[in-house]
Design a binder for this molecule. Structure first.
Ligand code: ACO
Length: 338
C-alpha cells in the first residue's frame, strides 16, 4: 500500500463559443441530423476559430479548476496535459504553466489520444502517492477540428473541441480517490485510427534527403474501433471491479470516454447499470478526445449530480490503440470531502 493517496478536489472546463449543429454540417458533407443523432447521439459540437489555439482554452479550464479547488497557481507542483493536438510539438503544457504563472510546477504533455486524460490522471497519481509531489493539475485538451478531414463524413461529424482539468492532491492513503486502475495498449492495431506524419521528402544536400514535417488528417476505421471499444472497455472494467472487490451496483456513476452513445449504452447494459447513472454530454460536444472525461466530470460536479464521496468507474479508449479504466472517488474541494 502506498504511503499517500490521491484526492480529486477540483474541476474546471472551457469550450469555444462557436456551436456547429448537425444540420450545418450537412451544408459541407452528405449527411443529416437524423443519421448523426441515431448513430452517435451527437447533436452539435464546439469548434475553435483560427485565432483560438489550444493554450488559452486549456488555461481557462485550468484556472477554473484552481478556483474550484481554492488553490493559487503557485501551489502546483505538476501540470500534466493530455493532448494529441498541441500548439507546439515540443509541448503545450509549459505554455499553460506560463499563462497561469504556476512557477513552481513542472509541466509536460502526455499523448494517448482519447485515453490521454485517464492515463495522465493515473500518472499524476503515482507522483502524489509516492510523496514526490503534493498538488497537480491534470488537463485534457484537444482541438481535433484542426486535424479532421472536413470532406470525410465518416469522421468529421464525430469530433469537437474542448478542454477540462482536474485538481488532485496527496492525501492520507485511507482517503485515496484512485481505488484501482488498468492501462492497456495494442500497437498492432494502430492503423485503425491515425493522425500520422505525411511523407514528403526534400533534398537537403547532395545525397542527403529529409522529410518535411507535417501531418495527414485523422483517419479512422469506425467499425473496427467500435468493435474494439465494446469488447475491451467492458473487459477492462470487469477486471477493475473484480480486483477492487466492487459490485457494479455500488457505482454511483459510469464515466466513459464520450465517443458514441451506443458504446455508452452497450457498456452500461453489460454491467446492468441503469442508464440514468451513465454520464453523457455527447449531444452537446461530440467527441472532444482527451477532454471528454474531465469535461463530463466537471459538468456533473457543477450541476450537483456528482457529490463528495461518489464512486465513479471511468474508462478511456481510442487511438493507439489504447484503453484503460480507473475506479475513482470524488472528494470535492477541501472541507467538503466526506
Ligand atoms: N452521414 C450519413 N451517412 C454516413 C455518415 C454520415 N456522417 N458516415 C457514414 N455514413 C454511411 C456509410 O457510408 C455507410 O453507408 P453504406 O451502408 O451505404 O456503405 C453507412 O452510413 C453505415 O456506415 P457505418 O460505418 O457502418 O456506420 P456505423 O453504424 O458503424 O457508425 C461510427 C459509424 C459512428 C463512426 C461508429 O462506427 C463509431 O462510433 N465508431 C467508433 C468511433 C470511436 O469510438 N472513436 C473513439 C476513438 S477517437 C480517438 O481516439 C481520437
Amino acid at each position: 500500500m502506498s504511503t499517500y493517496g490521491m484526492a480529486l478536489v477540483g474541476s474546471g472546463s472551457a469550450v469555444p463559443a462557436a456551436r456547429v449543429s448537425n444540420t450545418r454540417l450537412s451544408e459541407r458533407v452528405d449527411t443529416n441530423d437524423d443519421w448523426i443523432r441515431s448513430r452517435t447521439g451527437i447533436a452539435e459540437r464546439r469548434i475553435c476559430s483560427p485565432d483560438e489555439p489550444l493554450t488559452p482554452l486549456a488555461t481557462r479550464a485550468a484556472e477554473a479548476a484552481l478556483a474550484h479547488a481554492g488553490w493559487a497557481a503557485e501551489d502546483l507542483d505538476l501540470i500534466l496535459m493530455a493532448t494529441s493536438s498541441p500548439d507546439d510539438l515540443f509541448g503545450t503544457a509549459p505554455r499553460v504553466q506560463g499563462a497561469l504563472g504556476a512557477k513552481n510546477a513542472v509541466a509536460f504533455d502526455l499523448t494517448a489520444a482519447c485515453s490521454g486524460f485517464l492515463f495522465a490522471l493515473i500518472t499524476a497519481g503515482q507522483y502524489l502517492r509516492s510523496g514526490a509531489m503534493r498538488r497537480a493539475l491534470v488537463i485534457g485538451a484537444d482541438q481535433l477540428s484542426r486535424w479532421v478531414d472536413w470532406d470525410d463524413r465518416t469522421t468529421c461529424v464525430l469530433f469537437g473541441d474542448g478542454a477540462a482539468a482536474v485538481a488532485v492532491e496527496a492525501c492520507p492513503a485511507d482517503a485515496d480517490g484512485l481505488l484501482g486502475f488498468r492501462m492497456r495498449s495494442d500497437g498492432s492495431r494502430n492503423g485503425c485510427l491515425t493522425l500520422a506524419q505525411t511523407e514528403t521528402h526534400h533534398s537537403v544536400l547532395s545525397g542527403v534527403d529529409a522529410q518535411i514535417g507535417g501531418f495527414a488528417p485523422l483517419r479512422m476505421n469506425g467499425q473496427e474501433v467500435y468493435k474494439f471499444a465494446v469488447r475491451e472497455v467492458p473487459a477492462v472494467l470487469k477486471e477493475l471491479l473484480e480486483s477492487t472487490g466492487t459490485e457494479a451496483s455500488a457505482l454511483n456513476w459510469l464515466l466513459l470516454h464520450q465517443a458514441n452513445q451506443r458504446i455508452l449504452d452497450a457498456v452500461a447494459d453489460r454491467f446492468a447499470i441503469p442508464h440514468e447513472r451513465v454520464l453523457s454530454n455527447l449531444a452537446s460536444y461530440g467527441n472532444t478526445s482527451a477532454a471528454t472525461i474531465p469535461l463530463m466530470l466537471d459538468e456533473a460536479v457543477k450541476d450537483g449530480r456528482i457529490q463528495p464521496g461518489d464512486l465513479i468507474a471511468s474508462s478511456g479508449f481510442g487511438a493507439g490503440l489504447s484503453w484503460g479504466g480507473a475506479l475513482l472517488r470524488w472528494s470535492g474541494p477541501q472541507g467538503a470531502a466526506t
